[in-house]
Structure formats: C-alpha cells, structure tokens
Design a protein around this ligand. Structure first.
Ligand SMILES: C[S@@+](CC[C@H](N)C(=O)[O-])C[C@H]1O[C@@H](n2cnc3c(N)ncnc32)[C@H](O)[C@@H]1O
Length: 466
C-alpha cells in the first residue's frame, strides 16, 4: 500500500451522521475498535491551570483524564514523554501518585512548571499587587533580550514594547521564589502574542500585511491574564487537597519534569503504569517557531540566548521540518507503507525522520512500561495535496516491534482546535484525532493487519475555537 492514499477505495468516506455523539468518552470496555465519536465539547477545556498559556496542538484534558480513569489507580505512575504544555501532568495531579513529563522545548517546560507548581497563593496575590502598582508605566529601550533579533518594532508598537520592558524588569528584579518567578514569567509570556503586532489567529508568528491588528494595551492584558492564572492555581490547589484527603495514599500526588527526552527517559525498566501523550504530528507544527516572540523575550532565561541557538534547537524535535540527522529510507517495519518516491521532496526528510524518531521512542517507551501496561496516544491524520497519510497505521506498526500491541483505537472529531486556517494542502488539515490504545504484551492481539479507516470529514469554520 502506498503512503499517500489518493482518495481511492482505501479511504473510507464517512459522513457526519456516521459519528456517535457523546459528551464524554465512554468506558474503554464499551468502546468498539474503530468507533468514530462526535465529542461535544460543552464541558470546559480550560479548567484548573489548563488555560494559563496557549500551546500549539495542545490536547484536550478529557483525553488524559479518560486514560487515567481507565488504566490507573492512586498508586500509579504516569508518564507523558511529549508533554508540551503539561496537560497530562495537571490532570495526573488530581488522581495518581506520580506523573513525569519530558519535552525538548524549554518554553514548554516553563509553562508546565508554572501550571503544576504548588504555590502560596497569598504571596502570588501580594506580588501581583506590587507589580500592578506601576500599571501604565513604561521603560525605554528597543532591544529584545534575545540577541540577533532585528527590528523589534516590527513585532511590537513602541508603547507596548516599553510597557513590556517595565513589567519584565519588575518580574526579574522583585524578590520572589523560583516557582513564583515561573508563574509570572509564564503569565508574561502568555500576553506577548496578543499585545504584539503579530497575527494571533494562526499558530505561525508573522505580522500580516493585509489584516491590520490593533494590539490591546500590554498592562491591561497582563492584569487580566495574571488574574485568570490566579483563578487557575486556586482551582488546582483546592482540587489537589480534596484529592489527597480522599485518597488512601500516604503521599500527595507529585508531578515532575524529567531531564532527557522522549528517546531517552531517565526511568528504570518496567516501572511505569501508563503513558499518555500526543506526539508531534508529521512535519505539521514547528512548536518552537510558533513561540518566536516568547523566545525573543524569555530565551536567555531559558538557555536560548541567540537566534542561532534557537534555530539549532528547532531541529531536534521529532518531526522537525529540517532534522539534523537525515535518513533516505523509512524504518524497515513500514517500508511497504511509506514509499519515499511518493513523498513530495519538501516533506521527505521531515517525514522519514519523523518515523525513525518515533521508532526509537517506542523502543524506549516499551522499556519503561510494566508488562500489560497501556500506552495511549493521540494522533491526527495529515492530509496533503497528494492524499492522506495513514500515520496511525504506521505508528502502530512501529510500536508493535517492541511489544506495544494495538488493543483498540477510536477516533473523535476535533471541534475546538487552535488551528484556524487550512494550510492549502501543505502539511495538512487534521480532521479527526485517533486515540490509540497499545498494550505492552508479547501476545498477538490480532489487530495489526487491519488498517484503520481514514474518515474524510471536514471541519466547519464555525466549529473552530479562535
Ligand atoms: C503535540 S505537542 C504535545 C502537546 C501536549 N499534549 C499539550 O497538551 O500541551 C508535542 C510536543 O512534543 C515535543 N517534542 C518533540 N520532539 C521531542 C522529543 N524528542 N522529546 C520530547 N519532546 C519532544 C514538542 O516540543 C511538543 O511540545
């Protein structure tokens, strides 16, 4: 089978009314392999600290919540090897003993820390007051903290640039603990895109020549976003204490970011009860590039001092558009599914590199998982001008080599997705997300030979959250 199914019989065309509408994910036992769910997102996707910072391809908290409820108890250890903005860790804090996250993006780590840190909320409130006493003040200076950024006033109006200078200086000079600083830096980072001249509807960082933006006042937005973050940490704090009172576990839940990455997880063999994650999509999102403005300001505090270091780090991501190690051929396990000559040349090294990275990751994931433990992953399909790539089938094939066997998979329709604009066939519109449940076992579960359908459902403009 070719990797780019050109809308032939292998593509199951499904209509909207073929979805079963649900408000929450059903129990694992009552889901059939191949089910297609229309998940109505009437429930909040940004409770607790989930709404503290935008993040490209953030997954809805309902996914890790569901996986944890199905496969864990309060003694379990959960890992998210591609944790992004920490959705899994926040969810784990309410229910399991320990959760660990890994990511190669330093900003993702900062956001996650800010979302999971325990805080003295009174201190955060008094520090907020102290900063806001200066509301409206400006501090002169055109330079951005990251070196090598040309023309900062292309990105920010002088007024907002100077207001941001002032807020940033206060965060960096007021005396506060490390976790308090992480809280304020995360809040600061979350305002940058909104108050800049850059478009805030698309993920990509660019100033639109046609859609002129009137950025809101930096101080006003900062105040609003800090307030929202305080609500979030208060909510998480009370959920956390309720959970620790209700649980029999002697210790409160812990969530921690580990050094290393998804290809090298510093945990012992057979120690993890559940992996739940949304790995990067095939070459569709350049996570760090989406956060260019945030890196201009926070880069030096996160160990990314210059534009050149920033560009170098972008290449380390699984699925990077321009990976540092180039492979000509896909992994042998999927050589009949991915044919290099059919991949457009501008995507080739990204696509092939992606599958090699994921293969290495599955090997490592299998090492740390206990026997019979589950690996739950969310993946979309990538549609390009040439057709749809069955990424989910490729990933299950790669995982099976390391005893991670496909147990059940079901798809749900994304109704709130950060992406607003279809990318005209370059990279792909992701139409449905698959939840793939793998089980670490030597047994043959008999699913690998059946490809999953690729539902051809388009997302309406009105269904996209902006
Ligand atoms: C789809 S995002 C995860 C989003 C996350 N579920 C959330 O809700 O915010 C994928 C993440 O994988 C990270 N990533 C890419 N390559 C990685 C690697 N080798 N190890 C760890 N993380 C990696 C990216 O930086 C990105 O943050």
């Amino acid at each position: 089978m070719s990797n780019l199914a050109e809308n032939t019989e292998s593509v199951a065309e499904l209509e909207q009314d073929q979805l079963s509408n649900v408000d929450t994910f059903p129990d694992f036992d009552s889901i059939n392999h191949g089910d297609l769910l229309g998940l109505s997102l009437s429930t909040n996707t940004t409770p607790l600290t989930h709404g503290m910072h935008r993040f490209a391809a953030k997954y809805i908290p309902q996914v890790p919540r569901w996986a944890i409820s199905q496969f864990c108890d309060e003694h379990s250890i959960v890992v998210d090897p591609f944790m992004g903005s920490g959705t899994t860790l926040v969810e784990s804090l309410q229910s399991v003993k320990s959760a660990y996250g890994l990511d190669i993006d330093p900003l993702a780590k900062l956001i996650t820390k800010a979302k999971i840190n325990p805080y003295n909320i009174d201190n955060i409130q008094s520090l907020t007051k102290k900063i806001l006493k200066y509301k409206g003040k400006r501090s002169e200076g055109d330079e951005l903290p990251m070196s090598g950024v040309e023309n900062p006033l292309h990105w920010f109006s002088r007024e907002n640039k100077e207001k941001l200078n002032f807020i940033f200086e206060k965060i960096n000079t007021f005396q506060m603990s490390q976790s308090e600083k992480e809280f304020f830096l995360c809040a600061f980072s979350s305002v940058l895109r909104w108050v800049s001249n850059a478009d805030d509807q698309s993920q990509k960082t660019y100033v639109s020549g046609t859609l002129k933006k009137s950025p809101p006042d930096a101080w006003e937005v900062f105040e609003r976003f800090v307030d929202r973050s305080i609500q979030g940490i208060k909510e998480l704090d009370s959920t956390r204490s309720q959970a620790s009172q209700a649980s029999q576990a002697s210790q409160a839940s812990q969530a921690k970011i580990l050094d290393g990455d998804a290809l090298s997880i510093p945990l012992s063999n057979n120690s993890v009860d559940l992996i739940v994650t949304s790995p990067p999509y095939v070459d569709s999102v350049d996570y760090m590039y989406n956060f260019m403005l945030e890196y201009f300001w926070l880069g030096p505090s996160l160990g990314v001092e210059s534009r050149s270091k920033f560009n170098e780090m972008r290449r380390q991501s699984v699925g990077s558009k321009n990976p540092s190690i180039k492979n000509e051929m896909p992994p042998a396990a999927i050589s009949t599914m991915v044919c290099p000559s059919e991949i457009p040349s501008y995507r080739k090294s990204a696509v092939i590199g992606y599958f090699h990275g994921m293969e290495e990751h599955f090997k490592e994931a299998s090492r740390v998982l206990k026997t019979n433990a589950r690996y739950v992953l969310v993946v979309g399909n990538s549609q390009s001008a040439n057709g749809i790539m069955p990424v989910h089938d490729c990933l299950t094939k790669l995982a099976a080599q390391f005893d991670l066997k496909l147990e059940k998979a079901f798809a749900y329709r994304i109704r709130r997705h950060y992406m607003k604009f279809p990318r005209k066939g370059r990279g792909g519109i992701i139409l449905m997300d698959w939840i793939i449940v793998l089980k670490k076992t030597k047994k043959n579960l008999g699913r690998e030979s059946q490809p999953l359908p690729i539902p051809n459902i388009r997302i309406g403009d009105h269904e996209v959250a902006h």
